[in-house]
Design a protein around this ligand. Structure first.
Ligand code: HEM
Length: 345
């Protein structure tokens, strides 16, 4: 039996270019909201006494961020299973119990976030949610790293399958998985900074939030730059041969550029500079989402040639998917517009 199962004999539903584009787009949306809870919750807990309005605003935003972030995560999950099922499933089966635990832990974290947002045990619940969500974040990094490391499976299998069946308690605590989470955490501090800048400039009348948030934004970007810089300097050499030079420059330069824009916002705090900062932070997430996908595809290239898999052309379900996505984006736009009008009023 070949070590890697053969690709799905039914072939790809549509050409892989569409699948990769939607996977990266879905992951970008997941990153936007996931970043808010990955860095936003620890920031809200640490600043609860010194910057109570910032802390309160962040905690109040978490139920929305989780709802959107989890749903957005389903999109890349679907396309990951369409493109690379024979890699994703074995990688998660080897870590089965930790992977299964994601759901109950997520439910507890979700409940804790709601308790905090409704003012019950605000700091304790936020701290519990922050710890659980960071652990889940690591599980995703471990799963995604092992998905692209089929060469590690036999060793893990042999150490985890005493009677021929894996016990599922393998924890893939690899350096690469930790560095990937470090990169994500670095970007997340920037995303929280951009969110606070945008929120502060939208809520023009909230002078206490302005006092607390405006000086904090460049500090969050500096912390993010530091974490991203350290993780990136250790991670980048390991993928240098799998990532085109231009993408290395783009992902590497995007974070310091957003950092500089954060200081510009600090010097001239107004809607225009907050929007520029948010767009540049969006660029950080998009460039890293694309780079991550290129690395994943390059790492799995020696094991499967997706270009050789037949395409069965299921355009009907694709059109339904795109239709539902556009309606969803429309509803999201209407919700944001309503919130904007209410907040401005
Ligand atoms: C049920 C909820 C969730 C779903 C469906 C989901 C889905 C996904 C998917 C599919 C990916 C990989 C995307 C790709 O390869 O393109 C991913 C990556 C990631 N997710 Fe989520 N996610 C969920 C919850 C979370 C939570 C609670 C966290 C906590 C922080 C999180 C943090 C991450 C991180 C850090 C990555 C990047 C992993 C890496 O490549 O190193 N996710 N998520």
């Amino acid at each position: 039996m070949p070590p890697i199962p053969k690709p799905d004999p039914l072939g790809m539903p549509i050409p892989i270019g569409y699948l990769f584009a939607l996977k990266v787009f879905g992951f970008f949306l997941h990153m936007v909201f996931m970043n808010l809870w990955l860095a936003g919750l620890p920031v809200a807990v640490i600043l609860a006494r010194t910057r109570p309005h910032v802390s309160e605003r962040l905690i109040a935003a978490m139920p929305f961020a989780m709802a959107f972030g989890i749903n957005a995560g389903i999109v890349p999950l679907l396309f990951l299973q369409t493109l690379y099922p024979q890699f994703f499933y074995p990688a998660t089966i080897l870590q089965a119990w930790f992977w299964f635990l994601v759901i109950p832990l997520l439910l507890i974290a979700y409940t804790a976030v709601y308790l905090a947002a409704f003012g019950r045990w605000r700091i304790l619940a936020s701290l519990a949610a922050a710890i659980l969500l960071t652990w889940i974040g690591f599980q995703f990094s471990a799963a995604m790293t092992l998905t692209a490391r089929p060469d590690h499976w036999p060793t893990l299998f042999r150490s985890a399958a005493p009677a021929g069946g894996v016990h599922g308690w393998t924890l893939y605590l690899e350096r690469e998985a930790l560095l990937r989470l470090g990169l994500m955490a670095g970007m997340a501090f920037g995303t929280v900074g951009a969110f606070l800048a945008l929120l502060t400039e939208i809520r023009q009348g909230d002078s206490r939030l302005q006092e607390e948030a405006r000086p904090l934004v460049p500090i969050l970007f500096t912390i993010g730059l530091g974490i991203f810089g350290i993780a990136g300097s250790l991670y980048a050499p390991t993928v240098a041969d799998r990532l085109p030079r231009i993408l290395q420059l783009l992902t590497g330069a995007s974070v310091p550029i957003a950092w500089a824009a954060a200081w510009l916002y600090r010097a001239r705090p107004r809607p225009a500079t907050a929007i520029i900062l948010t767009i540049l932070q969006g660029g950080v997430l998009v460039s890293n989402a694309i780079a991550r996908q290129v690395v994943q595809a390059t790492e799995l290239g020696p094991w499967v040639d997706l270009g050789k898999i037949p395409v069965r052309g299921e355009w009907g379900s694709f059109a339904m998917f795109v239709g539902a996505l556009l309606i969803g984006i429309g509803v999201l736009g209407w919700m944001l517009r309503t919130a904007w009008i209410r907040v401005r009023a």
